[in-house]
Design a protein around this ligand. Structure first.
Ligand code: SIN
Length: 533
């Protein structure tokens, strides 16, 4: 039982869908996604896509902002590729039917977010991701060269070296969640586009699908992973007992919203010259500090000084969602807390999405292209997904004809485990909870050597238990996600432990300064402890 295809794409967010559309011009694409097609972090993206369109803006300015926020670790070639590819990527999305907010003259309405010195955030009100995902899925549905398999989850990459062949990825074993069978998908090129891993932390702005599957699978298959210590916390996630993972976009602060303590006092001027529009790492740390100092459970985000009409038109999604929780954002401030938001590290990728494992490519949040460095500039991520997926597809188009000449390898079918544990759901959910709490408590916004040591011990034990459980039991999505989260947690803790400095998103009380000697990426590979390159 199985599938043979030119391109196997795993994931259906902006990066996976863009790659699929671009690659379908040159071969047959099979795209698997573990829930519904639009169950991706992209759909939840509110802010937008950073790109140079304003006459007062320039590539040099977008580049300078990206480098400044990235705290000395951005790869300048990746930044140049992304920044210069921005306008064409937006025009391509417009051509396939995405509708962005425009002013009365029909020009793109450009928003601003933290760390940006210019207005350059292309958006569709505050539901930008949903609009992009809609347009991409419509184009994919109309493309006969793309077969989409929802409710299919990658289990393990197929590496020929494990079968005595060359070091090469030849596809993946994929769980069909409806039948419970694991199918073999052989591919000339396998593209990971599985997004981030917010579910590794107790509180996150991410959807449930964000369990680091791509990073975990690539790491197990022997590909290099980089900069996993740089997990970005978004400063403003809605604080409400019934709200789960709801982001309050930085675009509110871009339009003038102010962060306040519960007694109404604004506090960002004490922390950074850019006040409420400081880079995200600074704002998240400032909120964390103020919450601890004042003993409050949250801070407030206040946009009430703007007109109700403007607020409702510019932020329809946020207004409506908050209203559902009894908060009228036009007349009262919004209670907010920081939450895990974006994985700046990932599977090491070159400027064309190639990983260190031949046959395996990576795009979007699962990739570490070098664009974000130690901290991501707001709205640079949809941009990265669009630009790098296009580049990966063009480069692969040059190789696919050659690859098509070789026969597919002989690969054994997946061996199904024997036991179906009756208490599986309980065990999985307890381990999951313990892992996420440990990461939140000890590997969050502010770290220390002793916290990391404590986390390392607990995560290692959990990882071992999960691995044992995995080998003994029939594969299910819950179990696979838990296993992946455990691997990602180990990578984050291990990478954080070797960075003995504070830089960008990695802030440790034991080494509060940035060390010029450590202006380099951390890397991890199976069988090798994480180290500074
Ligand atoms: C936001 O809307 O604040 C999120 C944008 C981003 O994460 O880039």
């Amino acid at each position: 039982m199985g599938i043979r295809t030119d391109y196997l794409v795993i994931g259906s967010g902006v990066a996976g869908l863009t790659f699929a559309l671009r690659a379908a011009e040159h071969g047959e694409v099979t795209l698997v996604t573990k829930r519904k097609e639009d169950d991706a972090a992209t759909t939840w993206a509110q802010g937008g896509v950073a790109a140079v369109f304003s006459p007062t803006d320039s590539y040099a300015s977008h580049t300078a902002d990206t480098l400044e926020v990235g705290c000395g670790l951005c790869h300048e070639d990746a930044v140049a590729v992304c920044v210069e590819g921005g306008p064409a990527a937006i025009n391509w999305l417009t051509d396939i039917g995405a509708k962005f907010s425009r002013d009365d003259a029909g020009e793109l309405d450009l928003g601003r977010e933290g760390g940006h010195t210019e207005r350059r955030v292309v958006h569709a009100a505050d539901i930008t991701g949903r609009e992009i995902e809609r347009a991409l899925l419509a184009a994919v549905a109309a493309n006969e060269n793309i077969r989409v398999l929802p409710w299919h989850m990658g289990v393990e990459l197929i590496t020929l070296s494990r079968l005595g062949g060359p070091e090469r990825c030849a596809g993946a074993y994929v769980l069909d969640e409806v039948s419970g069978q694991v199918i073999t998908v052989l591919a000339r090129a396998t593209i990971l586009a599985t997004g981030g891993a917010g579910k590794v932390y107790l509180y996150t702005t991410n959807p449930d699908v964000a369990s680091g599957d791509g990073v975990a699978m690539a790491y197990r298959a022997g590909a290099e992973v980089a900069n996993m210590e740089f997990y970005q916390f978004h400063p403003t996630c809605l604080f409400h007992p019934l709200a789960k993972n709801f982001l309050i976009s930085e675009a509110l602060r871009g339009e003038g919203a102010v962060l306040r303590l519960p007694d109404g006092e604004p506090f960002m001027a004490r922390h950074h010259a850019m006040n409420d529009l400081a880079p995200r790492d600074v704002v998240a740390r400032a909120i964390d500090h103020e919450m601890k100092r004042t003993g409050s459970e949250h801070v407030l985000l206040d946009i009430t000084h703007l007109s109700s009409d403007f607020i409702r038109n510019r932020f329809p999604g946020i207004s409506e969602r908050c209203a559902g929780f009894g908060i009228d954002i036009t007349s009262e401030p919004i209670p907010v807390v920081p939450a895990a938001h974006y994985m700046c590290g990932g599977v090491t990728s070159d400027l064309f999405g190639r990983t260190t494992l031949p046959g395996l490519w990576v795009v979007g949040e699962s990739a570490c292209t070098g664009l974000h460095g130690a901290n991501r500039l707001a709205s640079n991520s949809l941009l990265e997904g669009l630009v790098f997926s296009g580049r990966a597809a063009s480069r692969l188009a040059e190789e696919i004809r050659d690859l098509q000449r070789s026969p597919f390898p002989d690969v054994p079918e997946w061996e199904i485990g024997s036991a179906a544990a009756s208490d599986e759901a309980v065990v999985v959910s307890h381990s999951w909870d313990e892992l996420r709490r440990t990461m939140w408590n000890y590997v969050g916004i502010v770290r220390s050597d002793s916290r990391l040591r404590r986390a390392a011990r607990r995560v290692a034990l959990l990882e071992e238990e999960v691995r044992e459980y995995y080998w003994n039991n029939i594969v299910t999505r819950d179990l696979l996600e838990l296993r992946n989260i455990a691997t990602v947690a180990q990578l984050i803790v291990g990478s954080a432990a070797v960075r003995r400095e504070s830089r960008g998103l990695h802030h440790t009380m034991d080494y509060p300064e940035t060390s010029p000697r450590m202006a380099t990426d951390t890397v991890a590979k199976r069988g090798v402890m994480p180290y500074l390159r």
